[in-house]
Design a protein around this ligand. Structure first.
Ligand code: GSH
Length: 387
């Protein structure tokens, strides 16, 4: 009998949501096992080295970690329905919004989760505690829940979430949800009749935090009922013959979101990238920290300081490598499309350092340049991105 994929994860977890939704939409046979202390100790830590979800064990007993890498590997193994578009504009936008959902939508997710304790605290402490120690008394579970959630609460400062910027985050989030809701009035997913990889990046923060946590759940229902509906649709199998929009079209209803990507998100990555390259030069042989230093970011017109996040650079390498791997004519067409949205120069990175994942860590490969990697990109999936 066929064995299932084992997904070790939790419903409170942003990145588990990304992989769970992918598995369900693809119709892959899997079982989800909650990431209790027992599971971390017996399975996750011995294989991955730390308590992190999602972790996946394949039917062949391979261990995978990092939701993006897991989804890429599954996409390569299960061809239908395909979630990576094959035409240039759609493919680039899918990679780009994948990066955006993964990295930028964490800001509203973490802000809303941890800024409304009167409504969220009980729910969250129970969730974290029950998942971690399901067998103990609920009263004790709460104190475990507190300890388990502490590292996440501590991420607010490095993500630049402060009292000063809170009103701007709220305004920005409602606007984003309305824009996405308007889009969903016309199209069931970002690029047509079926999800692309970016839909899975969006579902992480939009399901695990905004849809489920009590305070933001009410906001989502009030501001964007179609997003509620999309969250639920993102957990159902997708028909094998569902298609992306014809003629490599990017729907105009996505333009407001894309304008925000180029106005707010791309400048942060472009500022961080050379600073990370410098850090790598100054610290030869060292692991790049998950986050370090600080630089300015702007959301909803307000600026604040945040840390430089190395995973963001790794994610951005994916659209970057795809863009650079295209011939001149295709790149010119992509530029023509991106220009009016403010993305005309989005991909002109210095490109003099490259991050690779090895043994569940991000490692700089300073002998490799973006353009070398791009020349090796000819398909999708982590192998292709790594070159
Ligand atoms: N980039 C990773 C991030 C995984 C991640 O941060 N998972 C959280 C839960 S959503 C966690 O388990 N964090 C603990 C840790 O990273 O130490 C992925 O996409 O899988």
């Amino acid at each position: 009998m066929t064995r299932p994929f084992n997904l070790y994860g939790a419903h409170w977890s942003l990145y588990t949501a990304k992989t769970r939704s992918f598995l369900r939409c693809k119709g892959i046979f899997y079982q989800e096992i909650e990431s209790s202390k027992e599971i971390y100790d017996a399975i996750v830590k011995p294989h991955v080295g730390r308590e992190v979800v999602p972790t996946m064990m394949t039917p062949e007993n391979e261990f995978l970690q990092d939701s993006t890498e897991i989804n890429d590997i599954l996409e390569a193994r299960f061809a239908e329905p395909a979630f990576v578009p094959s035409t240039p504009r759609q493919r680039l936008i899918s990679h780009l919004l994948d990066t955006y959902g993964n990295e930028w939508l964490r800001i509203p997710a973490l802000y809303y989760r941890w800024s409304f304790p009167a409504e969220n605290e009980d729910f969250l402490m129970n969730e974290f505690g029950r998942t971690y120690v399901p067998q103990v008394h609920p009263f004790l579970q709460r104190s475990y829940g507190h300890a388990q959630s502490l590292p996440f609460r501590r991420r607010l400062a490095p993500l630049g979430i402060t009292d000063k910027i809170a009103p701007a985050i709220e305004q920005w989030t409602e606007e984003f949800l309305k824009q996405f809701d308007d889009h969903l009035a016309v199209h069931p997913f970002l690029l047509g009749e079926k999800p692309c990889m970016a839909d899975f990046a969006f579902i992480g923060p939009l399901y695990a935090h905004i849809y489920r946590d009590p305070h933001s759940a009410r906001m989502m229902q009030r501001v964007s009922p179609r997003v509620v509906n999309w969250v639920e649709r993102m957990h159902l199998p997708v028909a094998a013959n569902a298609a992306f929009l014809p003629d490599d079209a990017i729907p105009e209803t996505l333009f407001p979101i894309l304008r925000q990507v180029f106005a707010e998100f791309i400048p942060v990555i472009k500022d961080a990238s050379p600073k990370m390259a410098q850090w790598v030069k100054d610290n030869p042989g060292k692991h790049l920290p998950r986050h370090f230093g600080s630089h300015t970011y702007t959301i909803g017109g307000v600026s604040e300081q945040r840390a430089l996040w190395s995973h963001m650079q790794w994610m951005m390498q994916r659209p970057l490598a795809y863009y650079l791997s295209q011939n001149d004519a295709t790149r010119r067409d992509l530029d023509r499309f991106l220009q009016p949205l403010g993305g005309g120069r989005a991909f002109d990175f210095p490109g003099d350092f490259w991050l690779e994942r090895s043994n569940y860590e991000l490692l700089p490969n300073s002998s490799r340049k973006a353009v070398d990697v791009a020349s090796a990109v000819n398909g999708h999936g982590p192998g292709a991105i790594r070159g």
